[in-house]
Write a protein that binds this ligand. Sequence first.
Ligand SMILES: NC(=O)c1ccc[n+]([C@@H]2O[C@H](COP(=O)([O-])OP(=O)(O)OC[C@H]3O[C@@H](n4cnc5c(N)ncnc54)[C@H](OP(=O)(O)O)[C@@H]3O)[C@@H](O)[C@H]2O)c1
Length: 230
Amino acid sequence: MTPRILITGASRGMGLELSKQYVAAGARVFAAARTPHQGELLRLAEKHPKQVSLITLDVTNEEHLPAAVAAVRAQVDGLDVLINNAGMNLRGQSLGGYTRAVMLETLHTNAVAPVLIGQAFLGLLRKGSRPRLVQISSQVGSFSWNTGGRSPLYAASKAALNMYTRCISHESPDLITVVVHPGWVQTDMGGPSAPLPVTDAVQALRTLIDGLSLADNGHFLNYDGRPHPW
Ligand SMILES: NC(=O)c1ccc[n+]([C@@H]2O[C@H](COP(=O)([O-])OP(=O)(O)OC[C@H]3O[C@@H](n4cnc5c(N)ncnc54)[C@H](OP(=O)(O)O)[C@@H]3O)[C@@H](O)[C@H]2O)c1
């Protein structure tokens, strides 16, 4: 059966590459983005109209979510994979300069939204085949890895995502819910010094996601499949 996959933050970076590679592999892709009807993502959808549906979803806009769920439900009766990939990292934030607005926006985008999106698509996931809820986190959200206090607001938001996800894995033992560190990747966020080309990172992520089983539920994994320390 053709896998049905929803990807958030599909406009660029890993989200766009995930969309491209899943399309090339024959999947049915719901590519969600703040402004999906433009640029490379629009071209992908125009080239593969039977495989790609563009979904308008600003992950922090609660009004978008019911419409996004309805749009997917109108086209498929189940989802096999939901990849909460959208994320933000405003650089240059440090003690003395913290503001409530940036702290809350970062938490909202990186931690609260993936939980609410997972919750909203739970019904469709439960009708999917080997349903997988994949939360793209980061190693900087790991307490044991990030001992140097790197990227405080971003790190705290990913740590929150990690714990939310660990709890969800207990609340929904019928789903395969995982947190994944995608590697340090050459995207706008990762920058040009990152060691991993986005094509390689996404290839590895796809292999990881393809191989997930219920035994992985609640795990924090590196993009290459190795367990990641919390
Ligand atoms: N790159 C790395 O080295 C690295 C390492 C660890 C973890 N990660 C994680 O991997 C994921 C993808 O990162 P990336 O490197 O591909 O980053 P990126 O190139 O900066 O792309 C970020 C994506 O998230 C979207 N986004 C941000 N806020 C959004 C919102 N409110 N609603 C909808 N979409 C939103 C952006 O959409 P717009 O185009 O509309 O802005 C864009 O598509 C993120 O969760 C990131 O934290 C990345």
